[in-house]
Design a binder for this molecule. Structure first.
Ligand SMILES: [Mn+2]
Length: 341
């Protein structure tokens, strides 16, 4: 299997279209050693899953983000964009909730496995996966796919988790049993087991390459899980307030990039203050401002080491005229190299 994929990967390199430089590159990068991104080949994948949480509506997230003009925006930056459509997902009405401490875990795992295969296929086609959630449990699928692709090349990946929450509960510790609070725990090897063991190995990310940014609402049990998992790079909103976004991002990207092929960026829209992003799964006051959020994405683009990107928890049902999805598109554009000047 791995050999076949390896061979398949070699051929398109020759026939791949030439890299398109972003338009209007009249200026130099602001800092020495900072790269600018060439045009990239991106494939969008929607995962309209909402089984991971109790407030309904994030299943419409991929649609809302597409309606906000995602593809055209990325193409205007000089990227080639293909929309791979949505993954088929189950809905709560047809499913058994299963164990109360990990609701709908079986159906979520099926979706994440399918998604992981798709993400792997996107990378094998020399494209950058851009995943649209869905609730944050879809990250277990995305990151598994990216990690598997690089594992076959004997490389590790880093993980940048930008979120109001740590999402590092396990069925044993979760107060709600909602699986969207567990993907980080799954990816770092704590559990739940079915999500942890996608592709039959774990952990998908080493704790020293996993970074939490913007957290401000952590369960007491999660603090213990952060220690158990061995994550040391945790940047709370207080760190951002006191030290500034630039310093936090530089340190975070350095940790995620150390000894890795690069990193996956998982952006939960609830990271941003509800003032600017009201349409999210779990709004929490005191989040990143509009400008802080853009700056974080711009710094990620400057470094040029992002392997894949996902945006999750956009909930059009409680949004105001799709402004949260509009902001999501703006932030994706910044992460993929949009510059003010
Ligand atoms: Mn989250």
């Amino acid at each position: 299997m791995a050999e076949t994929n390896e061979a398949k990967r070699m051929t398109p390199a020759e026939i791949a279209p030439p890299q398109i430089a972003p338009p209007q590159r009249g200026h130099q990068p602001q800092a020495i050693g900072v790269q600018t991104l060439p045009g990239r080949n991106i494939r969008i994948l929607g995962v309209p899953l909402d089984l991971g949480q109790s407030r309904r509506g994030v299943d419409m997230g991929p649609s809302a983000v597409r309606v906000a003009g995602l593809e055209a925006r990325l193409e205007s930056l000089g990227h080639q964009v293909q929309d791979g459509g949505n993954i088929a997902v189950e809905i709560a009405e047809t499913q058994n909730v299963g164990e109360r401490n990990a609701k709908y875990l079986a159906a979520i795992t099926e979706t994440c496995k399918h998604e992981a295969e798709q993400v792997l296929e996107i990378l094998e086609a020399d494209q950058i996966p851009l995943v649209l959630g869905g609730d944050h449990s879809v990250a277990a699928g995305t990151v598994s796919g990216v990690a598997e692709f690089y594992r076959r090349k004997k490389k590790k990946i880093g993980l940048i988790w930008i979120d109001a929450h740590a999402d590092i509960n396990t069925p044993e510790t979760s107060p709600s049993g909602n699986v969207h609070g567990m993907p980080m725990a799954a990816l770092l090897g704590l559990g739940p087991a079915p999500l942890r063991d996608i592709f039959g190995w774990s952990p998908k990310v080493a704790p020293e390459n996993a970074v939490l940014i913007g957290v401000r609402d952590i369960d007491a049990t999660e603090k213990e899980n952060i220690r158990r998992a061995g994550i040391t790079e945790v940047y709370t909103m207080r760190d951002i307030d006191e030290r500034g976004m630039r310093t936090v991002m530089e340190e975070a990207l350095r940790a995620a990039g150390r000894g890795t092929a690069g990193y996956h960026v998982s952006l939960d829209m609830d990271w941003i203050d509800p003032e600017d992003a009201p349409g999210v799964g779990t709004p929490v006051r005191g989040g990143a401002t509009y400008r802080e959020a853009h700056l974080a994405m711009e710094i990620i683009a400057d470094h040029g080491r992002m392997l894949s990107f996902e945006i999750v928890e956009v909930n059009p049902v409680i949004d105001e005229h799709n402004r949260t999805a509009d902001l999501a598109v703006e932030l994706i554009a910044s992460a993929f190299g949009k510059k003010i000047l």
